[in-house]
Design a binder for this molecule. Sequence first.
Ligand SMILES: Cc1cc2nc3c(=O)[nH]c(=O)nc-3n(C[C@H](O)[C@H](O)[C@H](O)COP(=O)(O)OP(=O)(O)OC[C@H]3O[C@@H](n4cnc5c(N)ncnc54)[C@H](O)[C@@H]3O)c2cc1C
Length: 408
Amino acid sequence: MTDTMTKPVESLSEYVDRARAWLAALEPRFGAEARKGLSVEQDLALAREYQTLKSEAGYACITLPREIGGGGGTELHKILFTQEESKYDYPTVYFGVSLGMPVPMMLRYADQETIQRLIPPSIRGELIWAQLFSEPAAGSDLAALRTRAVRDGDGWRIDGQKLWTSWAQFADYAIGVFRTDPTVAKHAGLTFFWLDMKSPGITVKEVRKLAGKTSEINEVFFDNVYVPDSQRMGEVGAGFRVAIETLMIERYSVTDENMGGPSLYDVAKFAANARINGRPALDDGQVRHALADALVERQGLRSIHRRALNAMAAGEEPGPEGSIRKLRLARRRQIIAELSLDLLGAQGIALDPEVSRAQDAAWSWIEIPGGRIAGGTDEILRNTIAEKVLGLPQDYRPDKKVPFNQIG
Ligand SMILES: Cc1cc2nc3c(=O)[nH]c(=O)nc-3n(C[C@H](O)[C@H](O)[C@H](O)COP(=O)(O)OP(=O)(O)OC[C@H]3O[C@@H](n4cnc5c(N)ncnc54)[C@H](O)[C@@H]3O)c2cc1C
């Protein structure tokens, strides 16, 4: 395999050409046709092979150092590669959470020995990580979580339940936040850990979804699960701050290229083939307006994204403006799915469970609303924009300073 980053003088256009050629050569092995009809387990096995090749070629976790299996490149390399990769329907979905949030957080908080042992195989797709935040009564209000971690010698014992945990059924490890002190205000009594998902006492149950044969979301039950104190990330009681740090990374790990569903280019093709009143739909003023509107917004959102990534590359923390992008990105995917279905007519409604994400408009129309909930609902993002971007007064939070065990 060639090393993508060892040629210091490679221009960005040369980089894109090389990435294009690399991706195209893999289509027969990993593309939509090759994946058709595979079980989830078979698809995951294929995904691991693809991820290993990406790591060897320097296209996995492009901004992370080569020594741990990343690409040693810049945010710009990452955006350019993702744009090219999204033209294919390669099996990358299983690693979205794992490499998006837990791996970067481990790089910030774990010791060197743990990083060397666990991160390279994670980047190669051999290990998968989950994110244990939400619970039945704690989603938007994450600080209301109830799953307890109680001191036990050199470690902690965890009891309770998490919910909506993406890919927990395949996860080897997880990061998560737990209540360590119920006698203080709800935000102050939380602590953040990483843990082994194969630990005795953990049970994972898949949650069925409307849209498909597989669900990525799960319930995770903890029954007296032991976690050593050495796996604590941050100070005892600082878990809420570490969780917010993770969510800030999450808002930037989603791109319009990796949200699934038909691309704008696909929609233009649907419009070219559809007819309205006997004329090509592409000639219709409303269709042209909808396409132009989507394109203009996409460019605006990409520019917010790139500015933020450049700031991160310069060592700054991502700011609250990521909420604007996340809010509009998910809604826009939904509008694009609706427009696709309108243009495809009856043909678009037939839901084929074998067809891939990237190809199917009906599938994406059913699936995409979840994107308006995961990683922060529309309403919560609007609150963040109101308070942190526009400087409006805070939402009413009567329980903010009350000890958690005294909240009714
Ligand atoms: C596909 C998918 C994958 C997910 N993956 C993970 C994962 O891997 N790990 C994980 O920890 N979680 C995950 N989640 C959970 C996700 O983070 C939560 O669903 C989300 O935070 C919302 O919480 P909730 O479902 O408890 O809804 P609630 O918080 O109960 O909200 C219900 C409704 O009330 C509104 N609302 C709540 N509070 C306010 C307020 N103050 N002002 C105005 N409106 C409000 C909300 O906007 C929403 O419409 C996933 C969710 C989905 C859909």
